[in-house]
Design a protein around this ligand. Structure first.
Ligand code: UT7
Length: 334
């Protein structure tokens, strides 16, 4: 007997933006910068930072609670956890295991992935495979970042510290026999650019992994060659979006909504222009949250759903680019 095709679709989402709102003015006490520079160069007006002592698994909890409520499920309905973060609570073990304990999940599998800004796309692509092969029915994809503790709040770090921020989102993907959900995902990497956006320490190449010398050399801060990242981002975003559309016999005219990783409003505007999309087709919330790395797409998606901007049958395109370099797209039928 012919079995119906199984798709994975999103049945519930939630996000959590830490209460601590940091406006652009905040940075002027530590470095030479201004609200005008940050707004004009990035589109960011404010972002959220966690309270001292909070890690990604902590801020994931309220996001997961909201997603479960939204999906009308409990922790017992979840079969697998995928936790995407580039800023894990600890070096070992993964934040997924910490979340499993924190929220009393049964002893289900918990997988951490470290694909930085592309983390959500990579995470849902893994979830999609597990669902399509009918290994798991309900998968929780968590994306949570605490970037604020990796920021160098001095003139040296002013190009990154005003951009990256904290936030969490949770997405529940479930098996469906309808034609809704993820149509395909497209993943890429190019490790020769690893040093263009990286945190060098702690590193297993150093013995000890962390020392006063390493701290004095400021290797524990996130460092970015902004111009180089920008140049690659504006090329890779349209490229991987077109790749995904072509794979599904679609064109840019079929896009109802695009949610790009929230890296810089100027990057989003350039993608929009290249694809000839209108303002209302490209979602942007960077002015409120800054760049929350893996959490940025799902936070924006969750807000989009809450604002009733997605209709059944819409073609939704998600795309990300970041550290690695790694990048990817996902094409969904809503
Ligand atoms: O999420 C992962 C992907 N990340 C991205 O896609 C980020 C991509 N890159 C960018 O968004 C941009 O490159 C930045 C926003 C980081 C920087 O913008 P830019 O237009 O590329 O500026 P720039 O690096 O060329 O710097 C221009 C000037 C420099 O001064 P000089 O050399 O012209 O005197 C910088 O030192 O702006 C200076 N600058 C600042 N000035 C005030 C850098 N950061 C700041 C700051 N405030 N915070």
């Amino acid at each position: 007997m012919k079995q119906n095709k199984i798709n994975s679709h999103i049945i519930g989402m939630g996000y959590y933006a830490p209460e601590n709102i940091i406006d652009n003015e905040y940075f002027t006490q530590f470095m030479e910068t201004s609200d005008q520079w940050i707004s004009e160069r990035t589109g960011i007006k404010e972002r959220r930072f966690v309270n001292k002592g909070q890690g990604p698994a902590d801020i994931a909890v309220p996001a997961v609670e909201r997603a479960l409520e939204n999906a009308k499920l409990t922790v017992d309905d979840i079969d697998f956890i995928i936790f995407a973060t580039s800023t894990p609570d600890y070096y070992i073990p993964g934040s997924g295991c910490i979340l499993q304990e924190k929220m009393n999940f049964s002893t289900i599998g918990a997988l951490d992935i470290r694909n930085a800004c592309s983390g959500f796309i990579y995470a849902i692509s893994i979830a999609d495979q597990f669902i399509k092969t009918q290994t798991y029915k309900n998968i929780l994809v968590v994306t949570a970042e605490v970037q604020s503790t990796a920021m160098n709040l001095t003139n040296t770090g002013r190009d990154t510290s005003v951009i990256f921020a904290d936030g969490a989102a949770a997405t529940i993907l479930s098996a469906t026999e309808s034609n809704q959900g993820i149509l395909s995902t497209h993943l890429h990497s190019e490790g020769k650019y690893l040093k263009e956006l990286w945190v060098e320490a702690p590193s297993s190449k150093a013995n000890p992994k962390l020392s006063q010398e390493i701290l004095d050399q400021e290797k524990h801060y996130l460092k970015m060659n902004g111009k180089e990242v920008f140049k690659h981002a504006v090329k890779r975003f349209p490229e991987v979006i077109i790749e995904g559309l072509k794979h599904n016999n679609l064109t840019v005219d079929d896009i109802d909504l695009l949610i790009p990783h929230q890296a810089n409003i100027r990057i989003s505007k350039m993608i929009q222009k290249k694809l000839n999309l209108s303002d209302h087709q490209v979602i942007s919330n960077i002015h409120k949250y800054g760049n929350t790395t893996a959490a940025s797409i799902p936070i924006a998606l969750c807000e989009t759903i809450n604002n009733n901007k997605l209709c059944k049958g819409d073609t939704l395109v998600l795309a990300a680019f970041g550290s690695g370099f790694s990048w990817g797209s996902a094409i969904l039928k809503w």
